[in-house]
Write a protein that binds this ligand. Structure first.
Ligand SMILES: [Fe+2]
Length: 316
């Protein structure tokens, strides 16, 4: 069993303030009743609260995503965490870049002590003081194996259990501009990318990516991604969702991050991913730029990618 990372990592002496964790994604969408069925089947804990629905994974107390009823699916905001002593530095840093702090979106309860800024596509970004939630080491998957010589787990003992939110992947209307904002203003690092995609990590030590972007005609949502303990959990989860009529794409392996994956198509034009064994980038690592070959942008191997996998449902 993978233990949650509760260890507090001291702030690194970075020149500019940097967020260390992606805490939650704020999503608006229709049909919260359908959302409850879908996300529960995926393995998340759903709870009606604050006029919307909170989705929680097994190892974090706070929500990984908050859903609010709206006429169409859209990402309203992202919440990142930074060390408390970095929050005043962020205020100065944001203003020094000619940006203004903004008010939280209507109906969203802000985290105590947080500040808000708008990204170049107009999405609200919350920077909240808090402990580091991103793991402090690479988590290698552990196969469930009962004691003794019989190592085959049973289906009953292998239910998909998302442990934590790993990352979200969004569409950007201007990839270069988005990269600049998230690197310069939020202090993220570029792990891999090309003119079509970018994968960004936290510079206090994090997964290979806690945020990704794909170039598109408009800002939009692509997927949420949750870590599970091992490839059995990925396989059983994907198979379970398919048995309920929620098809997807998997089992496969990415190049960027080298994680195993299985994506499930959600009922609102987006995706949700099970993953494990993602690369870890230690604090202070200078990541040499790597231009991903176009054929490496999405995956190394797996079933053929569905034709509509990289479709931004936002109107042109
Ligand atoms: Fe992903």
């Amino acid at each position: 069993m993978i233990e949650p990372s509760e260890r507090m990592t001291p702030p690194m002496p970075l020149v500019q303030p940097a967020v260390h964790s992606l805490l939650a994604v704020g999503i608006e969408q229709p049909r919260l009743d359908e959302a409850e069925d879908f996300y529960s089947a995926f393995g998340l804990h759903t709870q009606l609260e604050g006029g919307g629905m909170a989705l929680r994974a097994a190892t974090s107390a706070g929500p990984a995503a908050t859903l609010r009823e709206g006429p169409r699916r859209r990402v309203g905001h992202l919440t990142f965490a930074a060390f408390e002593e970095d929050i005043p530095r962020f205020k100065t840093h944001v203003e020094a870049r000619g940006l203004k702090l903004i008010a939280p979106p209507r109906g969203v309860e802000p985290e105590p002590g947080s500040i808000w800024v708008g990204d170049p596509d107009g999405m609200a970004i919350q920077i909240a003081p808090g402990d580091k939630k991103t793991p402090d080491a690479r988590r290698q998957s552990q196969l469930a194996a009962p004691a003794g010589w019989r190592h085959s787990p049973t289906r009953a003992a292998t239910r998909p259990q998302p442990l934590r939110l790993g990352h979200t992947f969004l569409f950007s209307s201007d990839l270069e501009r988005s990269n600049r904002f998230y690197l310069d203003v939020l202090g993220l690092g570029l792990s891999d990318g090309n003119e079509h995609v970018s994968f960004l990590h936290g510079r206090h030590g994090s997964d290979h990516h806690i945020l990704g972007f794909g170039q598109s005609h408009a800002h939009g949502f692509h997927h949420l991604s949750f870590e599970v303990a091992n490839i059995d959990q990925i396989g059983v989860g994907g198979q379970h969702m398919a048995s309920l009529g929620h098809g997807g794409w998997g089992f496969g392996r990415h190049v960027a991050g080298s994680n195993w994956f299985w994506y499930i198509r959600d009922p609102w034009g987006g995706w949700i991913e099970y993953f494990c064994d993602i690369d870890y980038i230690p604090p202070g690592t200078e990541v040499p730029p790597r231009e991903l070959a176009p054929e490496d942008s999405v995956y190394l191997w797996g079933p053929p990618m569905p034709e509509d996998f990289i479709v931004n449902p936002e109107p042109a």
